[in-house]
Design a protein around this ligand. Structure first.
Ligand code: GSH
Length: 263
């Protein structure tokens, strides 16, 4: 994402000139001298420390792009680990300036939680994973199955909607923490585990034998993941949104062969 940072630095002056009129998160961030970004605890590919303790991953780089826009330096940043239960409260309370952690943009969150989402950075969808030994090849075969999942996510509602649509029953087994959820699934307490497909890939990767598990073909929801900031702070939101769009434009320029030539 280096190209992205360069583009962001070049555009930072214009963005900041447009935002000096409003006292808000930008002023707080500038006075503090660093941006505080809420990320996940340890989700390889999205946000997880490497062996030198440096946070790596897609969500972490989105945070750095905003720090680069403000300070011309993507490392003027503090990463605060948040979990699915604390992520919105951390933003609402001002503990973090921005949330960047596999969070789905939904109407109800935007309308009721006092936050505004930025551009979608990863278009995910919810799936289900089972042990191959179950002998199931479609989610539609999971009638009456116990399904492990996490609370406070979009996951539970999507499961209920899916099973209602196919006219089948299932048992939702809810765990407070991702670790408990995974352990329960691997221990065979549920026939299936359901989450964003990106998360299922991570869970499968840490299994003792990943080949023992398959992610079923159905994608039962749309999960447009996006960073978020507090509501009514449009300058700060502009900085977040345009940092992400600049990253996308820079990535496209850095990899011209990936640009679509179709009309
Ligand atoms: N995208 C959904 C699901 C979020 C979710 O379940 N996240 C999982 C991984 S995709 C997670 O964060 N697990 C690790 C943790 O809570 O620390 C949402 O925003 O509600």
């Amino acid at each position: 994402m280096k190209q992205g940072f360069l583009a962001i630095c070049a555009a930072a002056t214009a963005l900041l000139a447009a935002s000096v009129a409003h006292a808000g998160t930008l002023d707080t961030v500038k006075a503090r001298g660093k941006m505080v970004c809420g990320v996940s605890l340890a989700t390889p590919g999205f946000a997880a420390p490497d062996d030198k303790g440096r946070m790596q991953g897609f969500d972490a780089d989105v945070c750095r792009s905003v720090a680069a826009a403000v300070f011309g330096d993507g490392d003027k940043i503090e990463f605060v680990p948040t979990n699915i239960n604390t992520r919105f409260q951390a933003l609402q309370s001002g503990e973090i300036d921005m949330l960047s952690r596999q969070t789905t943009q939904t109407f109800s969150r935007e309308a009721s939680l006092g936050l505004d989402f930025g551009p979608n950075v990863f278009y995910d969808g919810q799936g289900l994973m089972v042990a191959k030994s179950l002998g199931v090849s479609s989610a539609k075969e999971l009638t009456d199955a116990a399904i492990c999942t996490l609370p406070g996510t979009t996951t539970a509602q999507n499961l209920s909607d899916f099973f209602r649509t196919i006219g089948a029953k299932f048992e939702m087994v809810v765990f407070e923490s991702p670790d408990e959820n995974r352990a329960a699934f691997f221990a065979g307490r549920c026939e299936a585990i359901s989450s964003d497909r990106s998360d299922l890939a991570s869970i499968r990767a840490v299994a003792n034998n990943p080949d023992d598990y398959i992610v079923l073909p159905e994608t039962i929801s749309k999960e447009p993941l996006a960073p978020a900031v507090r509501q009514n702070d449009s300058n700060w939101r502009d900085i977040m949104s345009w940092s992400v769009w600049l990253l996308m434009a820079a990535e496209e320029k850095a990899s011209p062969r990936r640009m679509s030539t179709r009309c």
